[in-house]
Design a protein around this ligand. Structure first.
Ligand SMILES: *[C@@H]1O[C@H](CO)[C@@H](O)[C@H](O)[C@H]1NC(C)=O
Ligand SMILES: *[C@@H]1O[C@H](CO)[C@@H](O)[C@H](O)[C@H]1NC(C)=O
Ligand SMILES: [Zn+2]
Length: 393
């Protein structure tokens, strides 16, 4: 009787514990498991979170927000649909609220349209998606088998240099903002804008830009420094009180373009507990245009960044539906498990893979929430971009 009473207890042990356990005494009696079985076992029991997917751009600006009769269960084009998300074992997605920063259209309005259509997509498929605005909510969505759906805003131009707009976007559910896209903002320098910024080049952030970062820390919005110049990365690291996020960036040491993260910045990630979510884009992971980019190149970038910053500081931000080409082997959202197979072959442990899949990112998100809670007595920033700086006597 005593022994039987232990059975429910044993059954109640979370699967994750079994998967994490370094010792598997029964392995000898089971049929040999393949690397793919192992990848699925990890991803079936632990969150797989990608921090950048541009599918909302298709819904908002190619379909003009007309999604009521657009069934996204199975699509023959693009990189994303529900069947492929499930096959890829994705359980967390930051949907990108993006609009071309070069366009003269109303950026705030475009952001509203993209947020609206993304939330409507989530509501149309309640068995698949669940809107998530905190790390705790993410865990609940995961436990229910839903794809936790978060919003990230790609491009500081969307707040039009307004603290009020920044705070309002937070209330709409935006949980990270990429400080720039490929255009400078009046207060931050982009990686990839051929025009000189409106301020001294190399400064990275103006005084107002620093205040934006501090306000993001206060409200609990992650500071995303993908797309910014290397000077801006350093300026943000000099300013922020919370961890930084690279939502979709690869390694500058392997492919030396300004859009990628240099080792000097990777070496500073420990200062704020930051994380780099690796971008899959062909031109970021394979700099030689004569060589086709492959899954192996992406694995190389993950391993390089992990070697410099630590395996606890990497994750995935593929950029699906935001890139016109994808590497061989990582053609769409159904292929994530294959990347885990490759890293298993390269000797990554289950624990490290659980980190890469989502745990490393969730640590950073929770940390950002803790900083927000610690700053709850601080008053909102009232600075305006055209304020004359007169407080420096
Ligand atoms: C969408 O398509 C799938 C099959 O691809 C079908 O099972 C489902 O019922 C469709 N949903 C709607 C709302 O039409
Ligand atoms: C960051 O801080 C360091 C040390 O104070 C300083 O040397 C560097 O110029 C700063 N970088 C930027 C871009 O502000
Ligand atoms: Zn991008």
């Amino acid at each position: 009787m005593v022994y039987w009473s232990l059975v429910p207890l044993l059954l109640a042990l979370p699967w994750s514990q079994a998967a994490d356990s370094p010792q598997q005494p029964f392995t000898a009696f089971k049929k040999k498991t393949t690397d793919l079985d192992r990848a699925y076992r990890i991803l079936n029991h632990h969150p797989l979170i990608d921090t950048h997917n541009d599918f909302p751009m298709i819904l908002a600006f190619e379909k003009y927000g007309k999604i009521n009769d657009y069934n996204i269960t199975h699509l023959d084009s693009g990189h994303t649909d529900i069947e492929r998300l499930r096959k890829g074992r994705l359980t967390g997605q930051f949907w990108s609220i993006y609009y071309d920063c070069d366009s003269a259209d109303n950026q705030l309005l475009k952001a509203m349209e993209s947020i609206d259509v993304t939330k409507r997509m989530v509501a149309l498929y309640p068995e698949t998606f669940q809107l998530v605005t905190s790390s705790k909510q993410f865990q609940r969505a995961f436990n229910k088998g839903r794809i936790g759906s978060m919003l990230g805003m790609e491009g500081g131009q969307m707040i039009d240099s307004s603290m009020a707009a920044l705070r309002s976007f937070y209330k709409l559910g935006i949980r990270y903002m990429t400080l720039t896209h490929n255009c400078h903002t009046p207060w931050a320098e982009s990686c990839c804008d051929p025009n000189p910024p409106a301020f001294e080049k190399g400064l990275g952030l103006t005084e107002f830009g620093k205040k934006i970062v501090l306000e993001m820390n206060r409200v609990g919005m992650m500071v995303d420094i993908s797309h910014v110049s290397h000077a801006t990365m350093h300026a943000v690291l000099n300013t922020t009180r919370a961890p930084v996020l690279f939502s979709h960036s690869s390694s500058h040491a392997l492919c030396p373009i300004e859009r990628n993260v240099p080792d000097e910045v990777l070496k500073r990630l420990y200062e704020t507990d930051g994380v780099v979510m690796i971008n899959f884009y062909n031109s970021f992971v394979q700099c030689n245009p004569d060589i086709p980019a492959t899954l192996n190149d992406v694995a190389d970038h993950i391993e390089h960044i992990a070697r410099v910053a630590g395996r606890h500081r990497v994750g995935l931000g593929a950029d699906f539906d935001g890139i016109e080409r994808t590497p061989e082997g990582l053609e769409d959202v159904s292929k994530y498990p294959d990347l885990f197979v490759e890293l298993i072959r390269r000797g990554w442990t289950d624990k490290e893979l659980v980190g890469l899949a989502g745990k490393n990112f969730l640590r950073v998100w929770r940390h950002v929430e803790v900083v927000r809670n610690l700053l709850s007595d601080e008053l909102p920033q009232e600075s305006r971009i055209d304020d004359v700086i007169d407080d420096e006597e």
